[in-house]
Design a protein around this ligand. Structure first.
Ligand code: HEC
Length: 255
């Protein structure tokens, strides 16, 4: 090859590497902004009762955040429900801060009210970074939620008669060159679930897991998934159990 060409290629490669590095640094910065904003929201006195969320019990004691996300979803005796991080936030926002239904997104997709949940979830999940996903599966309600989630995952419906399993339960499936996560494979499931909430370059936002489930339901032409619904939580229980042991590293970065 012409020597000048090689130098040019080298320079082009260097520029590309620098651009990739900058893009990665940009993703990290975006993630940090969400976590910091979530921290502020968590401590801010808000809602009709002008209270902060600092006394919320995410399962390991009021005000304890370290390790809480690693054990979600789980059964909560005070609400009598199995709750994931996002529905637990709704419970605490209702009970402690006095927020009503109108403060919560109805459908996670394209609802401006998701903004606070994206930030709060990013902050709280990050307090479990480095810990394995270890949601309990002991209480009868937890086992029941798992079974419902498993059935929903395999339930075919909608115009295309797709189930989640159609796209996500076989090795090496692709859509338009993009590899699909195989949730029947533990390693694959761990890598996916342990990195939610996640920043998506496509939207420039940090999204929550429930938000993503709603997006996939929509893409599969199913009826809209209600935010914080029993179905949404049950699917989360199922996916988190498939991913048990995955080491939490949030917010992740996805395409
Ligand atoms: C038509 C195929 C299809 C169906 C059906 C489908 N998905 Fe997806 N799913 C995708 C694609 C494509 C992506 C990757 C999108 C992206 O990241 O740009 C994805 C990504 C995901 C992710 C995030 C993976 C990651 O990168 O961490 C989760 C979680 C998920 N889907 C869950 C579900 C669930 C639950 C259902 C059933 C309600 C479902 N999907 C149904 C195509 C599908």
């Amino acid at each position: 090859m012409w020597a000048g060409g090689r130098v040019l290629l080298g320079v082009a490669g260097g520029v590309l590497a620098a651009l990739c590095f900058l893009a990665a640094a940009d993703d990290r910065l975006e993630n940090e902004l969400y976590v910091t904003a979530g921290d502020e929201l968590y401590r801010a006195k808000r809602g009709p009762r002008n209270e902060s969320l600092e006394s919320c019990d995410f399962g390991v004691g009021p005000g304890v955040l370290r390790g809480a996300y690693a054990q979600l979803p789980r059964y909560f005796a005070d609400s009598g429900k199995v709750e994931d991080l996002e529905s637990r936030l709704m419970t605490c926002m209702t009970r402690i801060q006095g927020f009503g239904e109108e403060a919560f997104p109805r459908h996670a997709r394209g609802d401006a009210r998701m903004a606070d949940f994206q930030r709060l979830a990013a902050f709280i999940a990050a307090q479990s970074n480095g810990m394995p996903l270890a949601a309990p599966l002991e209480h009868p309600r937890e086992v029941e939620a798992y079974r419902i989630g498993e059935r929903l995952f395999h339930r075919r419906a909608g115009a295309h008669d797709f189930s989640c399993a159609t796209c996500h339960a076989a090795p090496g499936k692709r859509i338009r060159l993009q590899r699909l996560v195989d949730f029947s494979n533990r390693g694959d499931a761990q890598q996916s679930i342990a990195t939610w909430p996640a920043y998506r370059a496509a939207t420039g936002e940090v999204h929550t897991l429930q938000e993503w489930l709603a997006t996939c339901y929509w893409a599969a032409r199913h009826p809209q998934l209600r935010y914080g619904s029993e179905a949404s939580i049950a699917l989360t229980v199922f996916l988190v159990q498939q991913a048990a042991g995955g080491v939490i590293a949030t917010p992740g970065v996805k395409r």
